[in-house]
Design a protein around this ligand. Structure first.
Ligand code: HEC
Ligand code: HEC
Length: 302
C-alpha cells in the first residue's frame, strides 16, 4: 500500500492534490473550463461489453465466413459458403421451373398454345417482360406504335398478324442484316413531276377516307405507279410489306404533306431481327403475345 499521495487514484501527479466534486463525490479530471469541471467517472460498462461482443463476433465471422481477399481469390471460411454459387443455384432452380413451360414454345402448335389458358396465364408475365425489354422502345408500351413504327395492337398488318407470320418477321427482321430478311422499300418518286405527286398525294389521302375519285387523272397515275405494290385502288393485301392505303392505320401519316414527303424521299423502315438475341421459344412466345395484342380477350389495348 503506497502512502505517496501523488500515486493515489484521482490525485494530481504533480501536486498529489485530489479534486473532489462536492455534489457527486466523484474525482474530477482537474481540467477547468472557466469554472466548469469534468467528472472523472469510469467508462460505461455497456459500451465496453458491446465492444467486446463485436470483436468476438468478428473473430468468429473471420473463421466461419468468407473474409480475407487473397489476390484474385479469398478465404472461404470453415462453412465454405459461396454466395456466387448460391445465387447461381437459385437462378438455376428458377430457370428449370421456367424451362418446363417455356419448352412448350420450342416448336409450337400455335393453335394449341393459344387454346391452353393455363399455359398462357403462366407465360404472359414473361412475354410482357420480353416485349417491354425489346420492343416497347419502338412499338410503344402496349403496341400502340408511333410515327415510323407500325401499331401492333390493331388488326392491320404489313406481313400478317397470325403467330406464325409474326414469328418469321421476328426471326429475320424487315430490311435487316439477316440473310433471309423480309425486304420492303417504298421507292422515291422524286423523278415525277411535282404536280403529279401533288395529285397523287391528294388521291392517297382521300383513299383512307373512302372519298377518292377513281376516274380522275390521279387514279391513272396510281394505277401506273403504285398498284403493283399497294394493290388495286390501294387495298393492299399483297403481303409484300406495302401497307393498304384505304384504312385508317398509318405508319408515317397519310395527310397530303406526309404523303408528299413519302413520295419525294421514299421510305424504308428497319425492323431488327431477333434470332441471334432471343431463343426460338422466346420468339414464339412473343409472337403469340403480339398476335393477341389486338383482341380484347387477352388484355391488349387497341
Ligand atoms: C428499332 C426499332 C424496332 C424494334 C426494337 C422492334 N421493331 Fe418491330 N418494327 C419496326 C419497324 C420500323 C417496323 C416496320 C418495318 C417497315 O416499315 O417495313 C416493324 C415491324 C414489325 C412487325 C411487322 C408488323 C406487320 O404489320 O406485319 C412486327 C410483328 C414487329 N415489328 C414486332 C416487333 C417485336 C415483337 C419486337 C420486339 C422483339 C420489335 N418489333 C422490335 C421497328 C422495330
Ligand atoms: C416497290 C413497291 C412500292 C411501290 C411501287 C410504291 N410503294 Fe408505297 N410503299 C411501299 C412500301 C414497302 C411501304 C412501307 C414502307 C415502310 O414501312 O417503311 C410503302 C409506304 C407507302 C406510304 C406510307 C403509308 C403509311 O402508312 O404511312 C404511302 C403513302 C405510299 N407508300 C404511297 C405510294 C404511292 C402513292 C405510290 C405510287 C406513286 C407508291 N406508294 C408506290 C412500297 C411501294
Amino acid at each position: 500500500m503506497t502512502t505517496d499521495p501523488k500515486a493515489l487514484p484521482g490525485a494530481d501527479p504533480h501536486t498529489g492534490n485530489r479534486d473532489i466534486d462536492p455534489v457527486t463525490g466523484y474525482d474530477t479530471t482537474g481540467h477547468d473550463w472557466g469554472g466548469i469541471r469534468e467528472l472523472n467517472t469510469p467508462f460505461p460498462k455497456v459500451a465496453l461489453i458491446a465492444l467486446v461482443i463485436t470483436v468476438v463476433y468478428s473473430i468468429i465471422a473471420w473463421i466461419l465466413l468468407p473474409a480475407w481477399p487473397l489476390g484474385r481469390d479469398y478465404t472461404r471460411g470453415l462453412l465454405g459458403l459461396d454466395q456466387n454459387e448460391m445465387a447461381m443455384e437459385s437462378l438455376g432452380r428458377v430457370e428449370t421451373r421456367r424451362e418446363t413451360w417455356l419448352a412448350a414454345f420450342d416448336d409450337p402448335d400455335f393453335d394449341a398454345i393459344a387454346a391452353d389458358e393455363a399455359l398462357m396465364a403462366r407465360a404472359r408475365p414473361a412475354a410482357e417482360r420480353l416485349y417491354q425489354d425489346n420492343c416497347a422502345a419502338c412499338h410503344g408500351t402496349e403496341g400502340m406504335g408511333g410515327p415510323g413504327f407500325p401499331v401492333l395492337s390493331d388488326d392491320y398488318w404489313l406481313w400478317g398478324g397470325d403467330p406464325e407470320t409474326i414469328a418469321t418477321t421476328l426471326q429475320v427482321g424487315i430490311n435487316a442484316t439477316h440473310p433471309d430478311t423480309r425486304w420492303a422499300q417504298m421507292p422515291a418518286f422524286d423523278w415525277m413531276e411535282r404536280s403529279d405527286r401533288h395529285a397523287l398525294a391528294g388521291y392517297v389521302s382521300d383513299l383512307s377516307g373512302g372519298r377518292a375519285d377513281h376516274d380522275g387523272p390521279a387514279a391513272v397515275l396510281f394505277e401506273e405507279n403504285c398498284v403493283a405494290c399497294h394493290g388495286e385502288r390501294g387495298r393492299g393485301g399483297l403481303m409484300n410489306g406495302a401497307p393498304a392505303l384505304t384504312d385508317d392505320a398509318v405508319i408515317y401519316g397519310q395527310d397530303e404533306a406526309s404523303v408528299m414527303d413519302t413520295l419525294r424521299n421514299g421510305r424504308q423502315g428497319l425492323m431488327p431481327y431477333w434470332s441471334d438475341r432471343l431463343s426460338d421459344a422466346e420468339i414464339n412466345l412473343l409472337a403469340v403475345y403480339v398476335a393477341g395484342l389486338g383482341d380484347d380477350t387477352t388484355g391488349g389495348t387497341p
